[in-house]
Design a protein. Structure first.
Length: 182
């Protein structure tokens, strides 16, 4: 109960801060590629981030979706992957170049369908996972370029298709997009 009260007081104190104390908000749609790790070929990822970036740190929620994560030509498997991560960004909004390190945790969802002519297999798993990486915002105005590289790893074993994903799903992702600041 004390922890809950402390969180409420801290959250209320943050809301009471003047508007100038808040960081720059941003939305950043992106596209990119998943590579290495458990993806059998480079696969395209689409997504976006919504967050706040101050002078030395920030916070974001990141969503990425890969419609063909495992590739359709290896073992004739269709696999989709989605990630939803809450991240702390270390490094803040500076002038023309704003580098950061991202560290977070969230959900990694896989949806795998096996070949229907041999076995009609379908497995959807929600696993907790994390990501670590870094990137930068280029530009000092309201519209910036954003580049990012991160490593994703599930905390839990992927049980339905271990021959495809290994014990724990892991992969790299590189993205590029536009950051719209306010």
């Amino acid at each position: 109960m004390r922890r809950l009260l402390a969180l409420v007081l801290i959250g209320g104190g943050m809301l009471a801060l003047p508007a100038q104390a808040w960081a720059d908000g941003y939305i950043s749609p992106y596209f990119g590629v998943n590579f290495s790790g458990d993806t059998t070929k480079n696969s395209t990822v689409f997504g976006g981030s919504l967050g706040f970036l101050g002078k030395s740190a920030g916070f974001e929620v990141d969503f990425g979706y890969t419609p063909d994560f495992f590739g359709s030509d290896t073992l004739d498997v269709d696999g989709k992957t989605a990630t939803l991560m809450a991240n702390v960004l270390i490094g803040g909004r500076h002038h023309a170049v704003s580098p950061y390190i991202a560290l977070g945790a969230g959900l990694i969802r896989t949806d795998i369908t096996g070949p229907s002519d041999v076995l009609d297999l379908h497995a959807t798993e929600n696993n907790w996972g994390g990501n670590i990486g870094g990137g930068l915002f280029l530009g000092s105005g309201k519209v910036t370029f954003r580049g990012d590289v991160r490593y994703f790893k599930s905390f839990e074993t992927s049980g339905d298709f271990p021959q495809i994903t290994g014990d724990k799903l892991g992969f790299w992702r590189a993205t590029a997009g536009i950051g719209l600041m306010w």
